[in-house]
Design a protein around this ligand. Structure first.
Ligand code: BGC
Length: 460
């Protein structure tokens, strides 16, 4: 244990979390550019708000695709190369979304072709996000020593919310003091193009990180696996870990249901609950809630700073406690806090009371998510599956997560038209159900090696 090379371990973890940062960056960049896209490509072509909505959320389609194919890529060519592909996609989407006219069309001349190309690049970026969202936690989980695995995977969630905050400031910096005309013709392009910088850095730094020892062992490359384990854990400990990994490799044929159906269902439910509690409704629609509370439009800056600070502080709480208290206590606390927040917002909406209290409960809700289901869901998804089926099983869970995200975000406006109070109460009920799910179905994985966790699942 003493011989662990913490600096090296932390360094490679940080490189992998750049994928998380780009996940946040690419999902949030559209919020700053969306109005210009509307002016240029939607109103400019006389298209309706339905096409506007589809264009704003087209990246989510890519996320579902990226999640789905992540298992095939990560199991086929490895975790590290999968991350590299994600980095390239991030780079391409940044340049392409900012210059959708490139090669085929005239810059600044709206046409259906330009709109299609814009959506094409956004979907490409979505594939990168979907891929990174599955492979970054998997990569970290597979290199991490058991006693700090939760902490290291949770840093990825910090990177996601940090990416969201960074892109907000970049969008704000680009638009600040500029005319609407300039923002609508040029500014929005720079918002997307700015993403090529972190994407390029991510791609370059990936050359300096190793493939994970679990993947190498799966491929029969034991000598290389041992080398990586030695670098991270020290020579003595490395052999023990490798032996444990090798045993799990021999034990299974690698078929998806080799360890039963329950584990696959648990993975899917974890992912679906993380979305059904309504986090992205709170994230995407918080500005509207702030506005409807009477905050002026430029108060959105303040709101993003407030949310950014809440997200950062409470993710750090999870990072510091997930390996000490365990995964389940954090999830319990989060489910209860989210239920309180959502029911309170629902009741306030029902009585048409909008004010500082709404804000307080949004913060309680968001803080509860950020210290629990935000990071811990990813920790569990990356660690509960046995070595031999991890690639495929993570892909299924992550694809389900993005599909659930799409379902929640796309049904929210219609649900709100029926009943705003009722809508928030639905998310409150989901939070309560998530509590029962954790209680009945999730095993505690704190301090166990990935190989010890495998023994929790009955082999067929
Ligand atoms: C979730 C995302 C969410 C993000 C920021 C992630 O853990 O999967 O859906 O947008 O956290 O809160």
């Amino acid at each position: 244990m003493k011989q662990r090379n913490s600096l090296y371990l932390f360094g490679i973890t940080l490189v992998a979390t750049l994928g998380g940062l780009l996940f946040g960056y690419d999902t949030a960049v559209i919020s700053g550019a969306e109005k210009s896209i509307q002016a240029y490509l939607i109103n400019g072509l006389g298209l309706n708000s339905w096409i506007h909505g589809a264009t704003v959320s087209s990246a989510l389609l890519g996320c579902i695709i990226g999640g789905s194919i992540s298992g095939w890529i990560a199991s086929g060519i490895g975790r590290k190369k999968a991350l590299f592909i994600a980095a390239l996609l991030f780079f391409l989407t940044a340049l392409g979304s900012g210059n959708p006219e490139f090669l085929f069309f005239t810059k600044g001349h709206a046409s259906i072709g330009v709109l299609l190309m814009f959506n094409f690049y956004r979907i490409l970026g979505g594939i990168g996000v979907g891929l990174a969202s599955a492979v970054c936690p998997m990569y970290i989980s597979e290199i991490a020593p058991a006693d700090i695995r939760g902490k290291l995977v949770s840093i990825n969630q910090f990177a996601i919310v940090f990416g969201i905050l960074v892109v907000y400031f970049i969008n704000w910096g680009i638009a600040k003091g500029q005319s609407l005309e300039w923002i609508n013709s040029t500014g929005w392009r720079w918002m997307f193009i700015s993403g090529s910088v972190p994407a390029g850095i991510f791609a370059i730094l990936l050359f300096f990180v190793p493939e994970t020892p679990r993947y190498l062992a799966l491929r029969g490359r034991e000598a290389e696996a041992l080398n990586v384990l030695k670098k991270i854990n020290g020579p003595e400990h490395a052999r023990e870990i490798l032996k444990e990994i090798e045993l799990t490799v021999e034990k299974s044929s690698g078929k998806l249901f080799d360890y039963g159906r329950t584990i696959i269902i648990i993975g899917i439910l974890l992912a679906v609950f993380q979305q059904f509690v309504g986090i992205n409704v709170a994230m995407y629609y918080a500005p509207r809630i702030f506005e409807s509370m009477g905050a002026a439009k430029d108060a959105s800056m303040l709101q993003s700073v407030v949310m950014g600070i809440v997200n950062s502080i409470f993710t750090v709480i999870a990072i510091l406690t997930v390996d000490k208290w365990g995964r389940k206590p954090l999830l319990y606390m989060g489910s209860v806090g989210m239920a309180i927040g959502m029911f309170a917002i629902g009741i306030l909406a029902f009585f048409k009371i909008i004010g500082i209290l709404t804000l307080v409960f949004i913060i309680i809700y968001t803080a509860s998510f950020t210290m629990s289901w935000g990071p811990v869901c990813w920790v569990l998804i990356s660690e509960i599956f046995p070595n031999k089926i991890r690639g495929k099983a993570v892909a299924i869970a992550v694809a389900a997560m993005w599909a659930a995200n799409f379902l929640v975000s796309s049904t929210y406006p219609a649900m709100m038209e029926i009943s705003s109070g009722g809508t928030y109460c639905v998310y409150g009920i989901m939070s309560l159900l998530s509590f029962i799910f954790v209680w009945k179905m999730i095993p505690e994985t704190k301090n166990k090696t990935l190989e010890e966790i495998e023994t929790l699942w009955k082999k067929r």
